[in-house]
Design a protein around this ligand. Structure first.
Ligand SMILES: NC(=O)c1ccc[n+]([C@@H]2O[C@H](COP(=O)([O-])OP(=O)(O)OC[C@H]3O[C@@H](n4cnc5c(N)ncnc54)[C@H](O)[C@@H]3O)[C@@H](O)[C@H]2O)c1
Ligand SMILES: [Zn+2]
Length: 377
C-alpha cells in the first residue's frame, strides 16, 4: 500500500505543503520533523475521545524525533470551538514554551483541526501547524485549505483566520474506530466533491461505497487511500484556484462551489438546534435538495438526479425530516452567512461536475417549495 503524496502549491509566494496519505501514525514524527525542521517542541492538540485512541503513538513518534512534546486535550464536541478555548490553549502553549519555530500538531476531526489551527494562527501571530485528521470529513475537507476558526454566539465559524498547515498527515486506518454515522457524514461531503468536480470522482466514490458499504465500517485498504487521495487532490485544486474565497470569484473553480448542498444543510442544522443531524448528514439532504432544484430548472437530467440520489443512499441512512417546519427551514435561508451583499447564492448543477451559482431571487418560490417536498417522498 504505497503512500501518496500531494503537493499543494499556492500562487502566493513560498506557500507549499505536502499532504501524505497512507502512512501510519506511529511514523508521524518523521514527517513532522521534515515539515518543521527547526522545531524543538511540539504541542499536540486533541480531544478526550481521540487522544486515548491515538495520542500515545503520536507522542512517542514525535519524541523519537527529538521533540519535547506537550499535550493539550479538549472536550469532545463542537462546543469547544470558541474563543475562550482558543485563549486557554494559547496560554497553555506559552506555559509549554511553544515559540515561533516550534509546532502545533492537530490530532482529531474537524473540530480539533479548526480550533488547534486557529490557535496556531494567533499564538505569537502564527506558529507552524501540522494537521493529523482522524475523521473522513477532516481528511478530505477541513484539514486541506487553511481555513481555521471558532464559532461565536452569532453563528458557526464566524471568527477565524487563513493559516495553511506545514503538512497534513493522513492515516486512513484511524477511520476504523469512527462511528458509522460520522462515516456517513464524511461520505456525504465526498459525494458533494464528486457532484461539483465531475462524473469520474462521483462514480469512483459510488463504486467505493458499493464495495465498502459505510454501515460495515471502514476498511483502510489501497482503494481507500486512493479514494481519499482523489478527494484531497480535488479540494487542493479548488483551494489553489481561490485560496481565500474572494467575493468576486464566482467561476467554476471558486471555493464557493464547495457550498453545494450546504444552503439547505445550514438551514436544517439551525432549525433543529444542531442536534438532529451531523453536519455531513444535513449535507446529504442538501445535495438531494439542490439536485431536485437543478432538475426543476431544467439544468440537470432525471438520470443524473437518480445517480446522485443513489450515491447518497449508499452513504448510509440519514436522520429523517419528519416534524421539521418547512417554513422555518425556508426562512432560515435568508440568514445564511454565505449571503453576498444581502443576496443568497445557491450552488446548483448544470450537469454533473458543472456547478453554477444562481441568485436566490432568480428562483421562483414554488420551485424551492417543490424541491423541499420531493425530499419528503
Ligand atoms: N476548516 C474547514 O475548511 C472546514 C471544512 C468543513 C468542516 N469544518 C468543520 O469541521 C467540524 C466537523 O468536523 P468532523 O465532522 O470531523 O467532526 P468532529 O471533529 O466533531 O469529529 C466527529 C466525532 O468523531 C470523533 N472522532 C474523531 N476521530 C475519531 C476516530 N478516528 N475514531 C473515533 N472517533 C473519532 C470525535 O471525537 C467526534 O466525536 C465542524 O466544526 C466544521 O465547521 C471545517
Ligand atoms: Zn460541509
Amino acid at each position: 500500500m504505497g503512500i501518496r503524496n500531494i503537493n499543494v502549491r499556492l500562487p502566493r509566494a513560498s506557500v507549499a505543503y505536502d499532504i501524505q496519505i497512507g502512512g501510519r501514525l506511529e511514523d508521524v514524527g518523521r514527517s513532522v520533523r521534515q515539515w518543521a525542521a527547526k522545531a524543538k517542541r511540539a504541542a499536540v492538540v486533541s480531544n478526550e475521545t481521540v487522544f486515548p485512541l491515538y495520542g500515545e503513538r503520536v507522542v512517542k513518534s514525535l519524541q523519537e524525533q527529538g521533540f519535547d512534546v506537550s499535550d493539550h486535550i479538549v472536550h469532545d464536541g463542537e462546543s469547544v470551538k470558541n474563543l475562550r478555548e482558543a485563549e486557554r490553549l494559547t496560554a497553555a502553549f506559552s506555559a509549554a514554551g511553544i515559540s515561533r519555530t516550534d509546532c502545533v500538531v492537530a490530532l482529531g476531526g474537524g473540530v480539533v483541526g479548526d480550533l488547534a489551527g486557529f490557535t496556531a494562527a494567533i499564538h505569537l501571530r502564527g506558529v507552524p501547524l501540522i494537521q493529523a485528521p482522524t475523521t473522513l470529513l477532516a481528511m478530505i475537507d477541513s484539514s486541506v485549505g487553511g481555513k481555521t476558526g471558532v464559532n461565536s454566539r452569532h453563528g458557526k465559524n464566524l471568527i477565524g483566520a487563513f493559516h495553511q498547515p506545514r503538512g497534513v498527515f493522513i492515516d486512513p486506518s484511524t477511520l476504523r474506530t469512527l462511528e458509522p454515522r460520522e462515516l456517513t457524514a464524511g461520505f456525504c461531503e465526498a459525494i458533494k466533491h464528486g457532484a461539483v468536480s465531475g462524473a469520474r470522482l462521483l462514480r469512483r466514490t459510488a463504486a467505493f461505497l458499493q464495495h465498502h458499504p459505510a454501515r460495515e465500517g471502514f476498511e483502510a485498504d489501497a482503494d481507500a487511500n486512493e479514494l481519499i487521495a482523489e478527494h484531497v487532490r480535488f479540494k487542493a485544486r479548488v483551494v489553489r484556484a481561490d485560496e481565500q474565497e474572494s467575493a468576486e470569484n464566482t467561476g467554476a473553480m471558486s471555493r464557493k462551489i464547495l457550498n453545494f448542498g450546504h444552503t439547505l444543510a445550514h438551514a436544517l442544522e439551525k432549525v433543529t438546534n444542531y442536534r438532529r443531524f451531523k453536519h455531513g448528514e444535513a449535507v446529504g439532504h442538501g445535495i438531494r435538495f439542490a439536485t431536485y432544484l437543478s432538475n426543476s430548472l431544467d439544468l440537470l437530467s432525471d438520470d443524473d438526479v437518480e445517480l446522485l440520489n443513489d450515491v447518497v443512499r449508499r452513504a448510509g441512512r440519514l436522520p429523517g425530516l419528519a416534524g421539521i417546519d418547512r417554513e422555518r427551514v425556508l426562512h432560515a435561508f435568508s440568514s445564511d452567512k454565505k449571503n453576498v451583499g444581502g443576496s443568497l447564492q445557491f450552488v446548483l448543477l448544470n450537469g454533473i461536475g458543472r456547478p453554477i451559482l444562481i441568485d436566490r431571487r432568480d428562483i421562483p418560490d414554488e420551485l424551492i417549495v417543490a424541491a423541499y417536498e420531493r425530499l419528503l417522498d
